[in-house]
Design a protein around this ligand. Structure first.
Ligand code: NDP
Ligand code: 2IT
Length: 445
């Protein structure tokens, strides 16, 4: 390993020792960059790696809101503005009880390289709160979102920092957040948030974009083996926004998804999951996936079980970080799985990635495979800037092209640096180089 990388790892480890997911994320990137550091002396000269591992700004704030019983509830809000070399900070907000600064920081770090890979003009950031939307009424969610925005509004803007959704934040929450931003600033500033509803400034295909993009990326990986989705059995973890639209697109392309999950368990339907039923249960009724059996009694609910033991040709982790470990990976390989495309951020543990690498699977890491969501967010910003609305087919075609280009960049850079077929290295190097160039151009900032 280049001595500069070793030195930076020591510093960054010491500085962030209490944030294990951040350590996991940054180390994967630095360990991919050995040949790049040897090739470009500027990386050492300008101390680019240490600079990239330190967020430009982090905000932590108290969020006080009232529940339906009139009690005052306290949550903690976060925003990490990680890197603005390529554009305004851009990245989602996550509302989940497990959210803390370390989680937001790992997500923000990943976002910097992912956003760079899209080739679009977006920097990286991430935010959220330890608020649990489960079981809350619409009115409670609204009051929480208003309280959250009452602090966040000072730091964001269409040219500054543009949040969107992530776990627990979808069109409903973005609507409440936008309403409060508009009230506080007296500005109808559409480009301040993405993932808006299509009736008032949102982009067509944004809702579907992450799931569709992960499947388009998989299609590109399969094409390198002159293969396609037709007849492939697939499993998808999660049943939220990303999972649902991954399922829909796999079915459209001729594959069959037989299992998906939530944090309570998984469902297995050997005939293939019915998208319309899942859509009704999750996106409209906001129920648990066990409700699937009410209309599909032939399916099986597997309480507390993940989807990775279900035999499949292709697997799509679309729930959360570190949901697929070394043992899960070994099970997938043993059962004949040939492809992994990550809709979630960092869903596979380092041990799991090693198993996939050893087995020579087509493995598409999240920062490449799930970049479709943020890419269409950037397209939403473009539409907002010009007060235009683009047709569904136009946005979908642009998404398709972004995913194809990212796939190409990953393979190109992997090959160039002696790691042919290694999408992890390719994604990290391609993402890094664009950010590095911009940082050097901007000087010491
Ligand atoms: P949603 O909130 O819509 O869905 C999340 C899904 O993951 C739910 O099924 C949820 O189950 C499950 N899940 C969440 N946390 C856990 C956990 N700790 N253990 C087990 N299951 C869990 O979120 P999204 O679909 O938007 O996000 C899913 C993943 O995709 C995340 O990693 C996110 O960062 C990533 N991502 C999202 C993008 C987007 O545009 N939305 C873009 C790129 C990546 P339950 O309901 O039981 O909690
Ligand atoms: O992880 C992600 O890329 C997202 N949650 C989407 C970010 C965005 O700004 O659309």
């Amino acid at each position: 390993m280049h001595p500069y990388i070793e030195k930076v790892i020591k510093i960054v480890d010491a500085r962030n020792h209490s944030e294990p997911t951040f350590l996991q994320a940054y180390k994967e990137v630095l360990l991919s960059l050995d040949s790049v550091v040897y090739e470009y002396p500027e990386v050492v000269e300008f101390n680019l790696l240490e600079r990239m591992c330190e967020p430009e700004r982090q905000i932590i704030f108290r969020v006080v809101w009232q529940d339906d019983e009139g009690r005052e509830i306290v949550n903690r809000g976060f925003r990490t503005e990680f890197n603005s070399a390529l554009g305004p900070y851009k990245g989602g907000l996550r509302f989940h009880p497990t959210v803390n600064m370390g989680i937001v920081k790992f997500l923000g770090f990943e976002q910097v390289f992912k956003n760079s890979l899209t080739g679009l003009q977006i920097g990286g950031g991430k935010g959220g709160a330890d608020f649990d939307p489960k079981g809350k009424s619409d009115a409670e969610v609204m009051r929480f979102c208003q309280a959250f925005m009452s602090e966040l509004f000072r730091y964001i803007g269409a040219h500054t920092d543009v949040p969107a959704g992530d776990i627990g934040v979808g069109a409903r929450e973005i609507g409440f957040l936008f309403g409060q931003y508009k009230r506080l600033t007296n500005r109808y500033e559409l480009g301040v948030l993405t993932g808006k509803s299509v009736g008032w400034g949102g982009s067509l295909v944004r809702k579907e974009a992450t799931g569709y993009g992960a499947v388009y990326f998989a299609e590109e990986m399969l094409a390198t083996k002159e293969d396609g989705f037709e007849g492939k059995t697939c499993v998808v973890s999660g049943s939220g926004n990303v999972a649902l639209y991954a399922i829909k697109k796999i079915h459209e392309l001729g594959g069959k998804v037989v299992a998906c999950s939530d944090s309570g368990g998984s469902i297995y339907d050997k005939n293939g999951l019915d998208f319309e039923t899942l859509h009704q249960i999750k996106e409209i009724d906001r129920k648990r996936i066990s409700a699937y059996l009410e209309t599909h009694p032939g399916a099986e609910y597997r309480e507390g079980k993940k989807v990775w033991d279900v035999p499949c040709d292709a697997a799509f982790p679309c729930a959360t970080q570190n949901e697929l470990n070394g043992e899960d990976a070994a099970t997938l390989v043993k059962n004949g799985c040939i492809l992994i495309s990550e809709g979630a951020n960092m869903p596979t543990t380092p041990e799991g990635i090693e198993v996939f690498k050893e087995a020579g699977l087509l493995y598409g890491p999240g920062k490449a495979a799930n970049a479709g969501g943020v890419a269409v967010s950037a397209l939403e910003m473009q539409q907002n800037a010009s007060w235009e609305t683009w047709a569904y087919e136009e946005v979908d075609a642009k998404l398709r092209k972004v995913m194809k280009d990212i796939h190409h960049s990953c393979l190109h850079y992997a090959d160039k640096y002696g790691e042919t077929g290694n999408y992890v290295c390719g994604a990290n190097i391609a993402g890094f180089l664009r950010v590095a160039d911009a940082m050097v151009a901007h000087g010491l900032v």
